[in-house]
Design a protein around this ligand. Sequence first.
Ligand SMILES: [Zn+2]
Length: 102
Amino acid sequence: MNLMVELEGKTVPLAGCQYVLWEACGCPRGVTYASPDRPDPVITEDDAWKEFFARKRERDRVQREGLRMELMTHERYSREVYPLMLKRACPHEETEAVLVDD
Ligand SMILES: [Zn+2]
């Protein structure tokens, strides 16, 4: 199957593109290749969600929590996401820390 997608202003083969799972805060949580040729293909965003979270209940929960899925080229992943994946600590926590007293 030779599926093409339009990303970042270019038409590129879907195979080789990557689905990035973003935390609500903006940290990347995981990544999976779009794989149209596998026996259990990852083509749509829905397929990618299922790849990370097998159960619908889990998917519903994390989507409510604000996780997002984004398809991008490997080039953009390497440039923008991979460096973030190397960071061990979330840089967003500090600003979001709120003391709850109840
Ligand atoms: Zn973060």
